[in-house]
Design a protein around this ligand. Structure first.
Ligand code: ADP
Ligand code: MN
Ligand code: MN
Ligand code: MN
Ligand code: MN
Length: 333
């Protein structure tokens, strides 16, 4: 007998990479091997030197196909087995290793928007739904749309063994969120990419597209973010390290904004629960700050911080690398 392995990788689409996948049938008992693909069809190579290499880095059960089927997340390599320029995971690995002793944890809140027939799912033809207010964590057919897909996705993530920690309906109709974490930088990122794969794939069966557009509806509608919650062992034990991390983020704010997703200026306007992209701020309970210290953390005098700036369309390998590098370097001193 044989089993199916779905190889999943991140392509070279600019400015925001997409997922690609294809199936390999393997003999029972065989480990998913290194494989290849046509990089000239994914913005990762030219036609005259088109071969790119897929190196499996994270495998889990495939809840869609079931049985012995697996999902295989891969890094993209060049034929000489060095990382492809689009391979941001390879840049995270040494940074994560260098600061491993500080035991960084991340919880990423992935917001996303369903689209059907070219407009946000639930938006009427040629118009808009009623203004924002009742939709966030809403219940009932008049408040939310797409719950059947969201529930199927949650079940699939749990079945796959991903570290999913919750879901909620968001402020704009057709918009939802799931959270991955807490987990270390590589694990949270691998699991987030895998959860995105499952979301796209499951929504496909409903004829709906799940998108990570940071500003899916122009006008008075919330954008879509990927709030990134972060702590180190020291931050989980005391308040001074929390302030040190916030001050370190202030110093390297511009560099972080560059790595926090394409189109961030459209989302971080200073309205709709955001701080302006060009100004850094942090504060307790403040959803209008760049970085929020949750109220419970301020009371307990230990815990974690929430970087509210990352866009929904982030590459988590980039965001977690920046946060570990900036905060852990400062905390090391
Ligand atoms: P919000 O109130 O901003 O909507 P959520 O409940 O959606 O927050 O997400 C919070 C995330 O923070 C979760 O993924 C959770 O696992 C994560 N988290 C909790 N504690 C920590 C911690 N100490 N370090 C990092 N992440 C954490
Ligand atoms: Mn072919
Ligand atoms: Mn949330
Ligand atoms: Mn949210
Ligand atoms: Mn949040």
């Amino acid at each position: 007998m044989s089993y199916k392995a779905e190889y999943i990788w991140i392509d070279g689409t600019e400015p925001t990479a997409k997922l690609r996948s294809k199936t390999k049938v393997l003999a029972d008992g065989a480990e998913p091997p290194i494989w290849g693909f046509d990089g000239s069809s994914t913005n990762q190579a030219t036609g005259d030197a088109s071969d790119c290499v897929l190196k499996p880095v994270f495998t889990c059960p495939d809840p869609i196909r079931g049985g012995d089927s697996v999902l295989v997340l891969c890094e993209v390599l060049l034929p000489d087995m060095t990382p492809h320029p689009s391979n941001s995971r390879a840049l995270l690995t040494p940074v994560a290793e260098r600061f491993a002793e500080q035991d960084s944890w991340f919880g990423i809140e992935q917001e996303y928007t369903f689209f059907k027939d070219g407009r946000p799912y639930g938006f009427p033809v040629g118009g808009f739904p009623g203004p924002q207010g009742p939709y966030y964590c809403g219940i009932g057919a008049d408040e939310v749309v797409g719950r059947d897909i969201v529930e199927a996705h949650l079940d699939a993530c749990i079945e796959a063994g991903l570290k999913i920690s919750g879901i909620n309906a968001e402020v704009m109709p057709g918009q939802w969120e799931f959270q991955i974490g807490p987990a270390g930088p590589l694990e949270v990122s691998d699991h987030l990419w895998m959860a995105r794969y499952l979301l796209y794939r499951i929504a496909e069966d409903y004829g709906v597209a799940a998108t990570l557009d940071p500003k899916p509806a122009k006008g008075d509608w919330n954008g879509a973010g990927a709030h990134t919650n972060f702590s180190t062992a020291a931050m989980r034990e005391g308040y001074d390290p929390i302030v040190t991390a916030c001050e370190a983020l202030a110093e390297r704010a511009a560099e972080h904004i560059k790595g926090y997703g394409s189109g961030i200026e459209q989302r971080l306007t200073g309205h709709h629960e955001t701080a302006p992209w060009s100004e850094f701020s942090y504060g307790v309970s403040n959803r209008g700050a760049s970085v929020r210290i949750p109220w419970q953390v301020a009371i307990d005098k230990k815990g974690y911080i929430e970087d509210r700036r990352p866009n929904a369309n982030i590459d988590p390998y980039v965001v977690t690398r920046l946060m570990v590098d900036t905060c852990c370097s400062a905390l090391e001193k």
